[in-house]
Design a binder for this molecule. Structure first.
Ligand code: FES
Length: 681
């Protein structure tokens, strides 16, 4: 048996025997231990810090003597005096193995360190970025052996980092010669390695050791807002997040009106492409200024977006997406230089990655949700609903994942609702109705107090009470149903039928008054019969989409429901179920994934292997087209009732039995709701 010293690395537990004098970094590399290094063991980057442990380790069967590693050397002394090493730390490239030793690799010295997210459904992101820094020492040119600087850099990278081939664009090539000479032939390069086969791409060069890091952007390009997260590519830390309105709104509020704008105005797509690219540059510039990160250090951007935004970002006319069969120009992921998008606020060789689209209605944003939530990696059956103007819905488990998109319309965002508004300070976001008195109390965005609590009036004096946002209207309708103000068909009762003067007549129908400031010139905030109908249409579309996927999967129930999207995070699970937006499940199995699309973008930015993973996942997702599926209409009609005409809701009945009321005594609105009810009966 070998008598060479035994080296045990923690936390990995990897172990092996090495001859006396082997540097710790070399041992780590041989064992595949995750220990970072930018300078390649030259003692200048300090990325390889380790902590040796001494004493008795019965668990590992070793005793570590104080002289298990070589004494401090001059390089470590110099580093410590200049920069300071934490107590107990050594440089892994300088300390050599002398005797049996247990060595801890602290998190900050791991290349593939894990970034823990704060959200409840936290998926841990393992750092494995596409763009990294490498310090290299390049041979000087020689008259007798004429080779170019790039070729000698290539040779050095192969010898020192095992990187066989690089390609450089003209802008970087132009920087190479002066930087090599300035750095006295010692330089740091940023290399981008795609998940696809091919050479490393030379992104930038710096003289000597570059210590200011590299950054990337995870960008969620939505039809209303563009959100970007400036992320440190070594640590995964989000340095700053910021959002900006999508300037395309001036061409149309929603996606289809933007497609119509293109149909009516030749060249309209070019205007919209230019507008969104300019907004992106502004947003990136603001993030760089806010964090003090030089724009040149931003070397990557990952985009997630719906298909129309995708095409308009790329400069592709979205016309085909506005008509059946909704053909995408390409559904594959895309990788290309940022300058192809005319983006100037980042490194001139920065690379862009756009996640694949799933179908003509199910975009890269939905793919990002799938990447973040991973329904295909669980045994239980998950229904993931990303609520927006178009809802993207996934149903799946480890055997199969299905996806569809359902046209919910803008009602959930407060549009087409009489007192509706976007989620902004002053908007009612939560409401409770006392089932006995039928009196409401509510909370508005920007104030933690409920309206019946002391100090509410003063706390909301600045914003006022201005309307109801999406989560508020969902709660209002569900609370009205729970309080017996609304019957299962969605009809609001009269004051006589419900016993509250808050139900006021409005034409041949009734409205429920939530807040009346009209005496002081303020708003009268009500839920009208028309509002109920708009919500019924939206929630029926959502439920019918889910139900269609359940049919395809051959199931009548799901194990868990995940509400995704910025809006999804604010929906109360109980109210969503009372309304019948989602199928019946135990309430504790309804969770919010927050902005899952944005998280998916961050994962793809920080972990290059995740790009290959989502591309494979998307290829295997079964797409169900709601528009051509006859069953969709049937499910839609049945879902119009609150919570549903035929599907049982046993979990809901156990916690919130709904009053058995009926207000259908004639004189209803005569709108689409009644016609649909008749069809379903
Ligand atoms: S590897 Fe750079 S200091 Fe050790």
């Amino acid at each position: 048996m070998s008598t060479d010293p035994l080296v045990i690395f923690t936390p990995s537990g990897k172990r092996g025997r090495f001859v006396v004098g082997t540097p710790v970094l070399t041992a780590a590399r041989k064992l595949g231990v995750d220990l970072d290094s930018v300078c390649g063991g030259r003692g200048i980057c300090s990325k390889c810090q380790i902590t040796p442990s001494y004493g008795e380790f019965s668990k590992h069967g070793v005793t570590v003597a104080p002289d298990a590693l070589s004494p401090w050397n001059a390089v470590e002394e110099r580093y410590d005096s200049k920069r300071g090493l934490k107590s107990g730390r050594r440089l892994g490239c300088q300390a050599t193995i002398q005797r049996d030793v247990v060595i801890d690799v602290p998190a900050e010295s791991q290349v593939h360190r894990q970034v823990v997210r704060k959200a409840a459904s936290a998926r841990v992101i393992e750092m494995d970025p596409a763009t990294r820094l490498y310090y290299v020492e390049v041979e000087e040119p020689d008259m007798h052996e004429p080779t170019g600087d790039l070729e000698r850099l290539e040779r050095a990278l192969e010898a020192q980092w095992d990187i066989p081939e690089i390609k450089a664009d003209l802008a970087t090539l132009a920087r190479l010669q002066p930087v090599l000479r300035k750095g006295n032939w010692k330089i740091t390069v940023a290399l981008h390695k795609s998940h696809l086969p091919g050479a490393h791409h030379l992104i930038d060069v710096w003289p000597g050791l570059h210590e200011d890091g590299l950054y990337g952007l995870a960008i969620d390009l939505g039809s209303t807002t563009i959100a970007a997260h400036l992320t440190d590519l070594a640590t995964g830390e989000v340095k700053a997040s910021s959002g900006i309105m999508n300037p395309q709104i001036r061409f149309g509020e929603d996606l289809m009106s933007r497609v119509s704008y293109v149909m009516m105005n030749p060249g309209g797509d070019v205007e919209m492409t230019q507008a969104v690219r300019e907004a992106l540059d502004t947003l990136i510039r603001e993030l760089a200024a806010e964090t003090g990160v030089a724009e040149r250090l931003i070397v990557e951007a990952v985009f997630v977006c719906n298909p129309v935004m995708h095409h308009l970002l790329l400069g592709i006319d979205p016309l085909e997406l506005g008509q059946a069969p909704f053909a995408l120009a390409t559904s594959d992921s895309l990788s290309f230089p940022a300058r192809d998008l005319d983006l100037t606020a980042l490194n001139s060789s920065a690379q862009v990655y756009i996640l694949p689209c799933i179908a003509g209605h199910v975009g890269a944003d939905a793919a990002a949700v799938a990447l973040s939530e991973e329904p295909g990696k669980r045994e239980d059956l998950s229904l993931i609903v990303d609520v927006g103007t178009n809802a993207e819905i996934f149903l799946g488990n480890s055997t199969r994942v299905l996806a569809c998109s359902s046209p919910t319309g803008p009602a959930f965002e407060g549009a087409q609702i009489s007192s509706g508004q976007r989620a902004a300070p002053g908007a009612i976001e939560a409401i409770r109705i006392d089932p006995r008195t039928r009196e409401p109390r509510f909370r508005v965005i920007g104030c933690e107090l409920w309206s019946d609590e002391d100090g509410f009036a003063a706390a909301t004096a600045a914003t006022g009470i201005t309307g109801i946002c999406g989560s508020g209207i969902i709660e209002a309708v569900a609370e009205m149903r729970m309080a017996g103000l609304l019957d299962p068909s969605g009809l609001i009762g009269s004051a006589a039928q419900t016993g509250t003067s808050r139900n006021i007549p409005e034409g041949r129908t009734h409205s429920y008054v939530i807040h009346d400031a009209s005496a002081d010139g303020g708003p009268l905030i009500t839920v009208t019969q028309g509002d109920i109908r708009a919500i019924q249409l939206a929630k029926s579309a959502l439920y019918a989409g889910s139900r269609l996927l359940m049919d395809e999967m051959g199931v009548d129930q799901v194990d868990r429901v995940v509400l995704a999207g910025a809006f999804g995070a604010h929906i109360s699970p109980l109210h969503a179920m009372v309304l019948g937006m989602i199928p019946d499940v135990p309430l504790d199995q309804v969770t919010s994934a927050g902005n899952a699309a944005g998280t998916g973008a961050r994962i793809a930015l920080c972990n290059v292997a995740a790009r290959a993973e989502i591309e494979a996942t998307v290829r295997n997702v079964v797409k169900v087209e709601t528009a051509i599926e006859p069953k969709f209409q049937e499910h839609f009609v049945n879902a119009n009732a609150i919570p549903h005409a035929t599907d049982p809701f046993p979990n809901l009945s156990a916690i919130a039995p709904l009053p058995d009321v009926s207000f259908n005594s004639g004189g209803e609105d005569g709108g689409g709701g009644r016609r649909r009810r008749r069809r379903s009966s």
